[in-house]
Structures are given as C-alpha cells and as structure tokens.
Design a protein around this ligand. Sequence first.
Ligand code: 3PG
Length: 224
Amino acid sequence: MTFDKSIEKQLPSTRTTELDSICLKAEVIPVLAIQRVEDAVPLAAALVEGGLGVLEVTLRTDCALEAVRRIKAALPQASIGVGTVLTPAQYRQAEQAGADFVVTPGTTEALYLYGVTSPVPMLPGMATVSELMAGWQYGYRRFKFFPAEASGGVKALKAFAGPIAEARFCPTGGINLDNAEDYLALKNVMCVGGSWLTPNSLVEAEDWDGIRHLAREAAQRFHH
Ligand code: 3PG
C-alpha cells in the first residue's frame, strides 16, 4: 500500500522497525500502575527475571515517571514503554524519562503528528478501522488494540486483516493467561499486553517471588 501524498508528515519506517525489535523480545507486555516508587525496581526486576523483558509503565500514578527513571537505571537490558500517554506534553515527558517506546490508549491528531518527529517510537491505541486508517495515513503500522476484549477481540483483529493486512497489533484490555493464546495465534498479533501479571495483592505484599512466578508462567507458556 502506498502513502497518501497529501499528508506531508510521515512516520519514518525506522520507527516501525524499532517497535518490531522491541515486540519480538516479548510475547507478553505487563502493564504496570506503580503506586509506591520504592516498588518500581523490585517489581520490574521480578518481571524481567521471570522472562518478560518489555514492560509498560502507565502514567496513571504520580510517581510513574520517577519509576521509569529508576527502572531504566537499574535494568538497562529491559525495554521500558511509558503508557497512558494522552498528550504531546506527556509524550515529551516520557522521552525525557528515557522511555524506549510510548503507548497510548487511543490517539489524537496531535499525538500522531508529535510521534512522526519524535525519536521515541509510539504504539498508538486504536479500537476501530477508522482509527487504524487515521494512523495508517501518517505511516503508523503497529498499534495497540485497546480495549481488546470489549472492542471485538479476536474477531475484530481477524476483520482488520482484510482491509489492512500489513498492520500488526498488541491487543490489551481483558487479556489473561486463558485467552492470550487465541490472540497470539493470529498472524497480525505480535504480542499481547495485560495487567494480570502485576496483581495489587502481590505488589502490596511485596511478594516479588509471586510476581516472578506469574511472569515465568506467561513467558514459558507463550514463548515463540
Ligand atoms: C491498559 O492500560 O493497557 C489496560 O489497563 C490493561 O488492561 P487489563 O487491565 O485489562 O489487562
């Protein structure tokens, strides 16, 4: 498929390649909402030690950016995405905190435009073919399908492959150990995301062994 020449700003294809090499390392991307900044490093370390080397730290808590800085310093081998990015200003903060990639729950024109010139690749959130088309015209080829289960799940992803077969997705939202396999079996799914690997009960209890166990279970079950 060729670019729409009337759109002047296009995402360089290198951003897609960068996202591919990150997603290739991860069948499952844990989604983290860190409440206490002291939990950031032990939590991330448990996930990485369990075999999940790509994490999404959401901007849903006040300490999220500080958590990203600490995780980046302590675990340089891990790829850290900053999630729940809603505005270009937050995108910039994620860049400054050292994010390897940025994830959004949905997308605006402003975010698509900002992502075109940012050195940090974005995985834009979308749930419909129209949103997919909006990103496509700016050169985006990889997307977060969110909220996956509520937006048609596996059936919707199969349908997206009709009009835009080249797009690849990281479905997130309502995914767990039981249904992840159905998503990962699709040709246009590169990995899945979910918060089931970081249950509040384990994090509050600082049960890092429990988290490591959950990560290992997912890493072993879904290994390519
Ligand atoms: C996200 O932001 O990606 C979601 O909150 C994760 O969805 P889940 O909690 O249903 O896994």
